[in-house]
Design a protein. Structure first.
Length: 307
């Protein structure tokens, strides 16, 4: 287990319902069909945009996101992208459905189905990993071939191998050699979520899991999400190598190919974790540093490295 002090479920600093302009609150209530009487801001994640469960006077419950294009431009653009990509998803995908969206040039809003679920327990448990893994397998099946017009994994990850040139690591040269092979490994015709971690997953009472926050999907290899999912469980002490050996997709992937992707992602987290801490997200660098440490330890074990 790689220790961490991240307050899971309490990492986000978000706008509350009362912080939204009156006309935006009226617009939301118009879509919901009833006045909002309670809002519960969602504490998971690392973005400051409004993301709340809203309960209305008629008893209905809704999930709504909102961001200002002036004060939160990056996050408003992210919500625009999420709206576009949610519209591409077939109904069979284990994800909350997009219900409505608004974009008046100053605010971007979207609402998805409310899902009564919980985040995976931390530390991760075998049961929650099994539920999330089954979800990822369903995604790989339903999202092949990928719907819509999306960037490829090769395009999105193209700058990452060169990051090793700026990272101080005792195995930087070896890791760059691995990461440079990414074009041989990440290609495919599956829509890959790429941000599959505990704060984007909801486990339902029946044991199924659904995946939220579809901001960054790309088209790539069908097994990528199943591998990305394992970073958190590996860091929390689960035997992910046994999981890989028994996995219908990952067990068929050459070990070297898995190491290529881990080296690629390690470069991203190493550089990201070293950036200044943004005032809007006080825990993001800590979370990135933890994932960096997890992957670094995992790769060293897989390759028999000592340092």
């Amino acid at each position: 287990m790689i220790p961490n002090r991240i307050p899971h479920g309490r990492t986000a600093r978000r706008l509350d319902w009362v912080h939204l302009p009156p006309y935006i609150r009226s617009m939301v209530e118009g879509h919901l069909g009833s006045a909002v009487v309670e809002d519960v801001s969602q504490g998971g994640g690392f973005t400051p945009g409004f993301a709340s469960v809203l309960t209305c006077a008629d008893g209905s419950v809704h999930f709504v996101k909102a961001a200002s294009t002036k004060a939160q431009r990056m996050f408003a653009e992210s919500y625009r992208e999420e709206t576009r990509k949610l519209r591409l998803l077939p109904r069979e995908v284990p994800a909350p459905r997009l219900l409505w969206a608004e974009d008046d040039g100053e605010w971007v809003l979207l609402s998805t189905e409310y899902v009564d679920g919980r985040a995976p327990l931390r530390p991760w448990t075998e049961d929650d990993l099994a539920a999330a893994s089954a979800m990822a397998m369903t995604m790989a099946k339903v999202l092949t071939p990928a719907p819509g017009d999306l960037s490829s994994a090769a395009e999105e990850f193209g700058d990452w191998p060169a990051l090793w040139d700026q990272i101080d690591h005792p195995r930087a040269a070896d890791l760059k050699v691995l990461a440079d092979r990414y074009l041989e490994v990440v290609g495919g015709d599956t829509l890959v979520h790429t941000d599959i971690r505990d704060d984007n997953i909801l486990v339902l009472s029946d044991g199924r899991a659904v995946l939220c926050d579809w901001n960054w999907p790309v088209v790539g290899a069908a097994w990528l999400d199943s591998l990305f999912l394992l970073i958190g469980p590996r860091g929390d002490g689960l035997d992910v190598e046994a999981h890989i050996a028994a996995h219908p997709l990952l067990s068929l992937v050459p070990a070297e190919d898995i190491d290529v992707v881990l080296a690629l992602v390690l470069a991203y987290f190493s550089v990201s974790a070293a950036q200044p801490v943004p005032s809007t997200s006080p825990y993001i660098r800590q979370a990135q540093a933890w994932q960096r440490n997890v992957i670094d330890d995992w790769l060293a074990e897989r390759r028999g490295w000592q340092y």
